[in-house]
Design a protein around this ligand. Sequence first.
Ligand code: AP5
Length: 607
Amino acid sequence: MLNSSLSATRSHSLPSTPTPTLSPLSSTSFLSLSSPSPSSVSCLLPSSSSSSFSKKLTSLSVSQLARPNDPRKQRSLKVKCSQREPLKVMISGAPASGKGTQCEMISQKFGLVHISTGDLLRAEVSAGTDIGNKAKEYMNSGRLVPDEIVTSMVTARLSLKDAKEKGWLLDGYPRSLEQAKSLEKLKIRPDVYIMLDVPDEILIDRCVGRRLDPVTGRIYHEKNFPPETEEIKARLVTRPDDTEEKVKARLQIYKQNSEAVLPIYSDILRKVNGNRTKEVVFNEIDLLLSHVLNEKEKAAKSELSTKTTTTQANMVSSSKDNWRGIPTRLNNIPHSREIREYFYDDVLQAIQRAVNNGKTRLKVEINIPELNPEMDVYRIGTLMELVRVLALSFADDGKRIKVCVQGSMGEGALAGMPLQLAGSRTILEYMDWGDDGALGTFVKIGSIGAKEVEEQDDMFILVAPQNAVGNCIIGDLKAMTDAAGSRPVILINPKLKDVPGSSGIMQTMGRQERLEYAASFEICYLFRLLYYAGTQYPIMAALRMCYPYPYELYKRVDEAAGKEKYVLLTTFEERPSGDEINNAFEGKPRSQEKKPLGIWGFLSGIL
Ligand code: AP5
């Protein structure tokens, strides 16, 4: 007999399902794909490279490099969790693996509502309900009770106020693929799925020796955990399904079904060795759940801060007085250090917000003149400097960054390296990365491909990955992102459209798949200067997007005494087309039908 307070409450409604949020992916591309001419590539490492970021470099102290809270340890426990909700845990394992024993300790420490399907069913059996009478036969023979009975029982219990408010600990459910699918359909998903691992021979002894206290619900074992008093001993009962023969049948049924459930929770699965004393097992679970809780709190805080910043930014965008503004004189080359730092910081903030929000496939498209390979003033040193700022800033937060530049692609006559990247790997290796030993520890340099992905890497920054004539980088890139899994991969100024080759091979085979893969990276930062078609002077406008804010279109306005300023014209929720930008310049309403080039058609040429 077990605690009667465990009786099921089937009359309650199902929990409401959360609404999924969608992040818009833009399909429009503004980039011109022509390769730069050899003369347009100037390789210049800015002389200020070591001094302009020395503050950042020195702030990366040796003690930080060897910090005790090594993020690598934390990454191995990365758990998906929804924000501002209590902890939700599933525990699974073979019969007698110790689920009930651990659940008692977990719910005591974490205050979770323990929902055990075995207990719920046994309560129905002892109350002699219709469900109990049906379930009894299955339970006594060690078979699974039909899904429709168990599932409605569990979902009803999960929808109760206490489970929603305190969080839940689901023990013994789901036990089959169908049961797991039922929960998935209702969008009921735990933060972590714990699996207790115990060898078969131990399990049988544990079951046969198990004794239950019908008064307190506590689980004892005649040898391992004998009752504290003679009085308790006298009232202990044995479960009818705890004979050696029935345990073997239960074990077999468990094995048949458990394999099917695991893939559904593979991303949050944590195996725990249950063949240790119950205190040692609990210690490990305790650490794991504490970590999950921390992660949930961090995620909730980050969501809150993003929302706050969004609200502030929306206010800033609508108030010209507060807006820091786009730097002026962007056609003056070389860009001043102040201008470069402005953009490095703008890009960094966008990436940080996106990564904090759980985004993992990101791209940055920044085309100020020094970063635009189609302009003669393109400087690969500026690109490297941007990459260094990003890598060191994330390293400063304790992340291990791999900065990757593609190597030579193809074979024979077609072997080669895109001109834009010539010498970039060497520059990266010889750059000043500070005296604190960041390079080689928190920052590593590699190429693009699956073999570059190591267990300790937390994040990958890929420098201008691009296709060349007759060669496509996407195969290597895809292998790398597959190997990186849920770790962020950030592309800086990628060029992933096919480059026309005389053979025409690249344009036909697998083109659609390549484009789809390229589109799977979400833009988190975009900056483009807009000119009359075919010219690079004067600057007419600028388009900026800094995650998570909308695309902002600025018009450049000349002022007295040779000064200029950028005035916000409008914003777009998604990446605007050339026509939409032209219409905004003409002051046409959004709904107006698109026309071919008009007087303000200058922008289409470059987009
Ligand atoms: P259920 O009650 O869930 O049984 P089970 O999964 O077989 O698990 P047990 O309760 O036997 O073991 P446990 O892992 O909780 O171990 P415990 O902590 O007690 O289900 C019973 C039946 O209900 C099923 O057979 C099925 O018919 C039906 N059912 C349930 N859920 C269902 C579902 N979703 N769908 C369909 N049907 C369903 O420990 C066992 C013993 O070991 C104890 O004596 C304990 O003291 C001892 N012990 C625990 N930890 C340790 C340790 N670390 N070292 C030494 N001894 C230990």
